[in-house]
Design a protein around this ligand. Structure first.
Ligand code: SER
Length: 626
């Protein structure tokens, strides 16, 4: 059975059972607390938490997808028989549509009837101090075994093995039941029963059951790696022999050993998909991962042509030529052939262009770097980092080509060195800019006076935005973070759901109204206590000194129209103020280091450009002023 057939069967099976097909989302998630999309559930996170409404968006409480995913945690294992960085996940999901019995029964039916496989055994969660054992799933499996007249062993496993989530800093999580075929874990069925405010590491150690808040309704999230599934369905020995990877392996330089060929096959898929989703090689975050993958592949090609050229000189020449110029292009063309039908966004020209550009850059220093590595008697984190910094050799390449010289070198100490260096260079950059007239005023830093002026307008606009959000959405809006560049402001705040277009328009209008009303901005100094009593907002309490500066916007001394307005949206804010000791009514009052414009008229036209989720319960708005 080809991978095409498996894909189709899966989609059809769940579509027939009332699931809405949803295309794979990008490898770059909207949740900034994770680097990559690591699972099918990622794009559905807001539907589990109630932030988004599945019925409204999909016309169904159940969805099915095949999600492109990327995990870098196993990067050192790639090259063995089962690890990958890029992979695809088949998954069915439900946000209140069905629960354990349906999901387990369907999984069993799909595996045995549609694919004709035999279930070896299954696992269920044995329970921990914080999270109860999943007895319901155990009973369901026993029932299935009885009805089908087969023996299914149910193994009980602990919190490390049989729970999922949260992804990122917090999120849905719960027990899982897993299906094993031919000794391999094939399908992970997750019951998102809980919401946990913490990351997975913290969740694993949690002993307090009250920290697991019940999600209502609880959700289903299942995931089945396509490569592993293809391996058992196609009856091959490992994932690299499936029709998803073998055609790529065949194109790798024949001089390389199987491990290197597998790494090339894995990395080239990841490279192709990352570039397509907009990542470009760089020295940070996703770009840094892409750069390492590319450079490792380039190094393999380089060593293949350098160290073991075929005996026949003519052959050697043609080999070098081919491997250098077109083998990688052939590999990318093959990836297009395998995946193009499912991912029409894959663009071979773009991938090849970006790959060649990185290759050109890296090849200038690669041979010199390898020479330096050759000269070093032993390699520790510090000189490994120098090799990276001066010659661009990534950790993986140093470790692999440096062989026994690198026994002292670990990924952890290399990463530590990397981090240390980033901090030093950041501090250096600040100093450098300072020397070239970087100016700091209150909370803002800018390259010149003009930039400072622009940032100051955005800073005051941030206060107006904050006040407008609270007036329109209520006091649950609390500032979480703010960032200002000369181009835009960014404001993060607590709010449980996506804002409607109408709400965004109301907020935008209210800010522009405050600008039009030419409200004065005044700065006063007072004690922290008085400031709070007067109704000023403060969000980082512990950081404030005894005496603080407070910026007040409005009221207009001659015309009280904003505060005297009968505009409904403004009313609740005024009511809130009636308790305060402040004599006048203002539009906004915040503890702040400044600087601000002296009158809102200076701000200009305010425009919201984007509203998105940062993580559960936290929204982000970007806006500009013209
Ligand atoms: N989120 C689970 C996993 O990735 C099931 O989809 O394994």
């Amino acid at each position: 059975m080809t991978h095409q057939k498996i894909r189709k069967k899966f989609k059809d099976f769940f579509e027939k059972r009332n699931h809405k097909w949803v295309e794979s989302s990008s490898l770059l998630p909207t949740d900034p607390s994770v680097l990559f999309t690591t699972a099918g559930m990622q794009q559905f996170k807001p539907y589990y938490t109630g932030e988004a409404d599945a019925m409204k968006d999909f016309g169904s409480l159940n969805t099915v997808s095949i999600q492109k995913s990327m995990r870098t945690s196993d990067i050192d294992e790639v090259g063995d028989e089962s690890h990958l960085t890029f992979f695809e996940m088949l998954g069915n999901f439900s946000f209140g549509g069905y629960w354990k019995e349906a999901s387990i029964t369907w999984a069993y039916e799909f595996i045995t009837k549609e694919l004709g496989l035999k279930v070896d055994y299954v696992s269920v969660f044995s329970g921990s101090e914080g999270m109860p054992a999943d007895e319901e799933s155990e009973l369901i499996w026993k029932e299935i075994a009885k009805n089908n007249n087969v023996a299914i062993e149910v193994k009980k496993m602990g919190i490390e093995d049989n729970t999922w989530g949260p992804t990122g800093n917090e999120g849905p999580c719960g027990p899982t039941t897993e299906i094993y075929v031919d000794g391999v874990e094939i399908w992970n069925i997750v019951f998102n029963e809980f919401y946990y405010k913490g990351n997975r590491e913290q969740m694993l150690k949690e002993t307090d059951p009250s920290k697991f808040k019940h999600l209502k309704p609880a959700g289903i999230d299942t995931g089945m790696g396509l490569e592993r599934l293809a391996m058992v369905v196609q009856g091959v020995k490992n994932i690299f022999e499936t029709d998803l990877l073998e055609p790529i392996i065949k194109l790798a330089p024949s001089e390389l050993d199987i491990r290197a060929k597998r790494i090339i096959a894995d990395h080239s898929r990841a490279i192709a998909f990352l570039i397509t989703d907009g990542v470009r090689p760089s020295n940070k975050e996703q770009g840094y991962v892409l750069r390492r993958l590319m450079r490792r592949v380039i190094t393999y090609f380089y060593t293949a042509t350098q160290s073991t050229p075929p005996v026949d000189k003519r052959l050697a020449k043609s080999f070098i030529h081919r491997s250098d110029l077109s083998l990688m292009h052939d590999i990318f063309a093959k990836i297009l052939e395998i995946y193009g039908q499912y991912y029409p966004e894959l663009n071979a020209d773009l991938i090849i262009h970006e790959f060649d550009r990185e290759k050109e850059k890296f090849e200038k220093t690669l041979s010199q770097g390898l020479k330096e590595l050759g000269k070093m008697p032993s390699v520790n984190a510090e000189n490994a980092f120098k090799l990276y910094e001066s010659y661009g050799l990534p950790f993986e390449v140093i470790k692999e080509l440096g062989k026994e010289k690198t026994t002292e070198l670990s990924r952890e100490n290399f990463d530590e060195e990397f981090r240390k260096h980033q901090e030093i260079s950041r501090a250096g950059a600040e100093k450098k800019f300072g020397g070239h007239g970087m100016i700091t005023e209150g909370d803002l830093t800018a390259a010149n006076a003009e930039e400072m002026k622009k940032k100051t307008r955005l800073h005051t606009a941030t206060h107006l935005l904050h006040a407008a959000l609270r007036k329109i959405l209520g006091e649950e809006v609390k500032q979480q973070g703010s960032d200002i560049t000369p181009e835009r402001l960014r404001f993060d705040f607590t709010f449980p759901r996506k804002l409607t277009l109408e709400e965004l328009k109301q907020v935008e209008d209210m800010v522009n109204d405050a600008v039009k009303k030419e409200l004065p901005v005044t700065k006063t100094e007072m004690s922290y206590e008085d400031a709070i009593k007067s109704g000023a907002l403060a969000f980082f309490k512990e950081k404030y000194p005894d005496r603080v500066t407070v910026y007040t916007i409005g009221p207009k001394t001659t015309d009280n129209s904003i505060n005297g307005s009968t505009d409904k949206a403004v009313e609740p804010f005024n009511r809130e103020l009636s308790n305060s000791t402040s004599s006048g009514q203002f539009f906004s009052k915040e503890l702040c280091g400044g600087p601000h414009v002296s009158n809102t008229a200076e701000i200009g036209k305010f425009k919201i450009t984007k509203e998105e989720s940062v993580s559960a319960g936290i929204r982000r708005i970007r806006a500009t002023v013209e």
